[in-house]
Design a protein around this ligand. Structure first.
Ligand SMILES: [Zn+2]
Length: 247
């Protein structure tokens, strides 16, 4: 799951979803210093095959938190974290509450480390933004936000950024979102290998240009402006990038 911004591929964020990926992501970032940057966090959906997928619980943090502590100086964000209330993963309020506890704990850690949160939300746009605001989170990226534009605008007011994936070309919801969101609150992502321009086709980091071009079209602003503004947004959101980028 890769997230990135800037069509010239200035930098690329490699984002973890579970503790089993942490060391791999750190190794990847060490192989490409100043270009690939690691984010570590526990995603609201856990369980990798052959295990069934399920909502995250606090015990999922047991193995993750010591590694986040170990690598804290290398991280540019805590993520992916968030809430995912897709019905097949959550069967009731107890499951939702577990996910909330996992997110709250990681929001506290992000605050302690002075790092932004990289936030996943699915079928949970409103509760996610509500929780972030309630917890006093100041720096957050809402990735592939699937909620209503009006809910997203609450996030904009709180200073949050929204990253737009290449699936925008086939998603009416994402197109509506981009119409409403100010460019100053947007970043680009690919979410590879998911959320590509074509359904069921493996997404790749190079498709970042698809997002930039489509946003340029919807907003009626030059492509260069989209690239420049989303890059500046990313540097504001992930300030550590500024010092770590290769010259
Ligand atoms: Zn996600």
């Amino acid at each position: 799951n890769l997230i990135l911004f800037q069509a010239g591929l200035l930098a690329l964020l490699a984002v973890a979803e579970n503790v089993g990926e942490f060391e791999k992501i750190i190794q990847l970032s060490q192989r490409f210093p100043g270009f690939i940057f690691p984010c570590l966090g526990v995603h609201p959906i856990q369980g990798t095959a052959p295990e069934p997928q399920r909502g995250a619980v606090l015990q999922d943090l047991d193995a993750a938190l010591p590694l986040i502590e170990k690598y804290k100086d290398h991280l540019v964000a805590i993520g992916e974290v968030g809430l995912d209330f897709t019905p097949r993963f959550v069967s009731g309020d107890a499951d939702k509450d577990s996910q909330r506890q996992v997110l709250i704990r990681q929001a506290e850690i992000a605050k302690q480390l002075d790092l932004p949160l990289n936030v996943h939300s699915r079928s949970a746009g409103r509760p996610t933004i509500h929780l972030l605001k309630e917890q006093g989170v100041e720096k957050a990226l809402l990735h592939a936000f699937d909620g209503k534009p009006s809910v997203a605008m609450d996030g904009v007011k709180a200073g949050y950024f929204f990253s737009i994936p290449p699936s925008i070309v086939r998603s009416e919801q994402k197109q509506k979102l981009v119409k409403q969101l100010p460019l100053e609150s947007m970043c680009l992502e690919t979410d590879s290998p998911a959320l590509g321009p074509e359904k069921q086709v493996r997404n790749e980091p190079k498709n970042i240009s698809v997002c930039a071009e489509y946003i340029s079209k919807i907003k009626g602003v030059p492509l260069e402006t989209v690239m420049e503004v989303t890059t500046q947004n990313a540097l504001r959101l992930f300030p550590r990038l500024k010092t770590l980028l290769r010259a």
